[in-house]
Design a protein around this ligand. Sequence first.
Ligand code: B12
Length: 301
Amino acid sequence: MSEEDAGDSRGQTADVQALAIERFIKSYVAASPENRLSRVDDSPIFEEPLVGFASGDDPLFEQYKELIGPFHFTPREILEQTLPGTATGDVSVICWVLPVAAKTRAENARRRNEPSPRWSDTKYDGEGFNNSLRGALESFLTCNGCPAVAPGLSPLFTLMLPEPGGWTSNWSERHALYAAGMGTFSLSDGFITERGIAMRCGSVVAGLALPATPRRYRSYTENCPFFLDGSCGVCARRCPAGAISTEGHDKGLCFQYLNETLAHTGERYGRNPLACGLCQTAVPCESRIPPAATKKRDCVT
Ligand code: B12
């Protein structure tokens, strides 16, 4: 076999592996009884996911050490430090987006000061399901002979309060998604994907060479119309904590609103602290890339 043929067959194997992983994630979301709002009406918490891949050696992950902090893991580091001796070959990051169900978005969109019960349960039961998916994909890969770790489930995963920025983790799911070409950040700090900003997301780092999803964005805020021409800003008007302004998102005010102001609602719902997500519903980016951002991009290219 020529070198070129060998390269082709490696590429085909990678494509087949990527397809199998995408199918696994989509089937799990469609079939899992945990993807259900069991305290409400047993309807699905999330709709069909988006799946993307990044190379574990993408230089962006080194940049994140400067951007977020030296404590932020590269994919190779989290794999090697969680499962010593396993990160010797290729490393890829498998990312997914779980779009919040339309009914939940519609209910939260009508709220002005506090989230709806469906939204709140989407945070708690939804993140519980997201963790099951992380674990299931880890097992699927491990059973197929591939070392894998979901950073969010790693015993090394932690949240910290570095100066002066507010809560930060040593593995940011959204930054992994950005590397995997799945969207961009917004004025509210939220991440806007092709299925919008009303979503939860996750990732697994695997010892595989998967085809990286092309990153077509020229800026890390390209999907947010505010950063294109100063328009929109609906998320700032929606935020009941006054935590979003033309200066961006004040994590401290956001955190305080969630933990203190919403404490009484949390008691009523039996969920403390509460979710909020008003900045992610009744906004032009709720379930898609806002047309204003797409139109502007088309003009530029
Ligand atoms: C800590 C945390 C919080 C904190 C702080 C939020 C924050 N912005 O960091 C608090 C408690 C306030 C919070 C609130 C919420 N959170 Co929260 N939170 C997290 C957590 C656990 C870690 C986030 C983190 O460490 N980020 C790292 C820091 C550095 O990111 P950042 O400051 O946002 O990044 C900015 C800069 O890095 C900047 N940037 C500057 N230069 C450059 C250059 C490049 C190249 C790039 C790429 C970026 C970049 O871009 C960003 C935006 O300005 C993640 C789960 C995870 N492990 O990722 C969930 C997560 C971010 N939260 C999530 C959600 C849903 C929420 C809430 C909506 C609550 C709810 N469920 O109703 C609110 C929304 C708040 C908001 N407007 O962002 C989702 C995100 C969904 C989305 N569409 O973005 C996540 C990913 C959880 C999940 N599993 O899905 N959260």
